[in-house]
Every structure is written in C-alpha cells, then in structure tokens.
Design a protein around this ligand. Structure first.
Ligand code: AMP
Length: 129
C-alpha cells in the first residue's frame, strides 16, 4: 500500500505544496512544530533515509538545502533546524523547522495555523526560491 506521502505526490491527498522536481517534493507539515515547518521527500518511496542510494541521498540534501535557504528568508527565525525521524510516516522525509528556541525541534509542542496562514507561507517561501 502506498504511503500517505506517495498519495500526496500523486495528488490523491491534498497538501500545501511548495516546490517539486522530477525526484523530490517539498510541502508544509500539516501539524507543524513551528510556523513554516516543511517536509522534503523523495518521490521514490523508501522507508529509511540511510537505505537510500548515496546519490539520491546527496540529491535530497541538495534539494532540502535549497528549500531551507528560501524558508529562512520567508519566516523570521534564528536558523533553520533539520531533523529526520520517520517514526510516524515510513517514507523518507527531511523536517526543516524555523527555530526560535530548542523546543521548536523537539516535536512535543505544536502550532495551529489557519488555511490562510498555510497558503500565505507557501507563496512567501516560493517567492524566495
Ligand atoms: P515522523 O514520521 O515522526 O518524522 O513525522 C511525520 C510528520 O509528517 C509529522 O510531523 C506530521 O505532522 C507530518 N504529516 C503527517 N501527515 C501529513 C500530511 N498529510 N500532510 C503534511 N504533513 C503530514
């Protein structure tokens, strides 16, 4: 069965998509740690990041870096934190999280955003890509 992220890639589930190419997709996390929390995923469904082919892994980091640079300009923060967990969704994803403090990267405190705020974030991040 396809992962929920494959369903997002295929347009079977909605998402606040920011940018994609033939290999990767970036979209906003629906239950963000902090405003601007973004996920970068490979379109090829694979469970664990260190099981990726080295070339694909490096390409995912390159894609994530590009998105992180735009995110840092779009969302006021001290820096962009990066984390890979995967305990909830078994499809590789890099979390990019605008940080103000350590708790923003801890996945224990969540932020609610309106549809308008999600949509505005997508546009703002896209404007810096
Ligand atoms: P983890 O697998 O523990 O690294 O976390 C999975 C992340 O995916 C969590 O931060 C969720 O909020 C996020 N997530 C789960 N479903 C969706 C979805 N449909 N759209 C966007 N983000 C999602």
């Amino acid at each position: 069965m396809s992962s929920i992220f494959t369903k997002i890639i295929n347009g079977e589930l909605p998402a606040y998509k920011i940018v994609e190419d033939d290999q990767f997709l970036a979209f906003l996390d629906i239950n963000p740690n902090a405003k601007g929390h973004t996920l970068c995923i490979p379109k090829k469904e694979i469970n664990k990041i260190f099981d990726m082919e080295e070339e694909d892994y490096v390409a995912l980091m390159r894609f994530s870096r590009k998105v992180a640079k735009a995110l840092e300009k779009a969302v006021p923060c001290k820096r962009i934190g990066m984390s890979v967990v995967g305990l909830e969704v078994p499809h590789v994803h890099v979390h990019l999280i605008p940080l103000q403090e350590m708790d923003d990267i801890r996945f224990t405190r969540k932020t609610s955003l309106s549809v308008e705020e999600f949509e505005e974030l997508v546009k703002s991040i896209q404007s810096y890509l």
